[in-house]
Ligand binder design. Structure first.
Ligand code: FES
Length: 303
């Protein structure tokens, strides 16, 4: 779960691609509006780059130059942000993004075999996109769920303990669309069951379902409003349900709905400096996630 998307840079190539003529026109038209939308926000540049990527599917060089000219921020700084976070890509990516972890814990569990099988099935190397534009394959050094490796994320959905023989099935599922597949059926998405770190009572709410799983029920304070917030219990999912519209980039204070204690981790987010939230995981361990909506840094440590 998270209050939005995951970050952390992959080792895919940072080569720059050139936009089409249509994209050139769209860049000139859309970038000023994106900049105006985020002016004055604390994490403004990340939000601007997120919007550009959402609009064009990647970060065109021309768009980054316009951002630099119009904000006064150096192009080197902007490229520094764009190349640091896994979220961002400097070249067009495929319709489906496959991100395989090759960090140490996943490596010792066979990640290299899994990556090789993806490369063989797709006919591309890591960092490349298939000629039909359907799939991009990337690798990353850690996705924060080491005990469950090898981890593969496809189109934002996490799969644990992936084996070589599962690769074909995962590619077929991605083509068909994961949305049509209840998470219990694929057996590889992993839900977490969490407890309050203060009173140890369960935070799971079977009465409200997201991603076909019981949600994590919390009390939350954001934008001057106190209300119920429910998070998907699927690790890595962005789905939330709130009683009010929580503004992007706002910091959400999270409280236990039983004992009302605030569930802070005491450490800042390594991406945006907002406070981290920490919950106990059933069976032992913790899950941490960033309290800033739209940052989405999160990590799972199982005992
Ligand atoms: S090494 Fe793969 S999730 Fe950490």
């Amino acid at each position: 779960m998270s209050i939005c998307e995951v970050t952390g840079k992959t080792d895919s190539s940072a080569a720059v691609s050139h936009p089409s003529e249509q994209d050139q026109d769209d860049i000139c038209r859309d970038i000023p509006a994106i900049l105006a939308k985020h002016r004055g926000e604390r994490a403004e540049m990340i939000a601007v780059l997120e919007d550009i990527q959402a609009r064009f599917g990647y970060l065109p060089e021309k768009a980054l130059r316009m951002v630099s000219e119009q904000t006064g921020r150096s192009l080197v700084d902007i490229y520094g942000i764009a190349t640091y976070y896994r979220l961002f890509s400097l070249k067009p990516r495929g319709e489906h993004i496959i991100c395989a972890c090759t960090g140490t814990a996943c490596h010792v569990r066979g990640a290299a075999d899994v990556v090789n099988e993806f490369q063989k099935q797709l006919g591309i190397a890591s960092g490349e996109t298939t000629p039909d534009g359907k799939f991009t394959l990337e690798t990353v050094n850690c996705l924060g769920a080491c005990a469950l490796g090898p981890i593969v994320v496809i189109d934002g959905r996490y799969f644990s303990k992936v084996r070589r023989r599962k690769v074909r099935e995962l590619l077929d599922q991605a083509r068909d669309g994961f949305g049509a597949l209840p998470s219990e059926q694929d057996g590889m998405l992993f839900p977490v069951r969490v407890h309050c770190p203060h009173c140890n009572r369960s935070l799971m709410d079977p009465g409200v379902v997201l991603d076909s799983q019981p949600t994590i029920r919390l009390s939350a304070l954001a934008d001057g409003h106190l209300g119920r917030l429910r998070l998907s219990s699927i690790f890595g999912s962005n789905l939330i349900s709130a009683e009010w519209e929580i503004p992007q980039r706002s910091v959400v204070r999270v409280f236990c709905p039983h004992c009302n204690e605030e569930m802070l981790d005491g450490t800042p987010c390594p991406v945006c400096d907002a406070p981290l939230v920490s919950l106990l995981v059933g069976g032992g361990g913790t899950v941490q996630f960033c309290s800033r909506r739209g940052c989405g840094w999160h990590q799972l440590d199982l005992i």
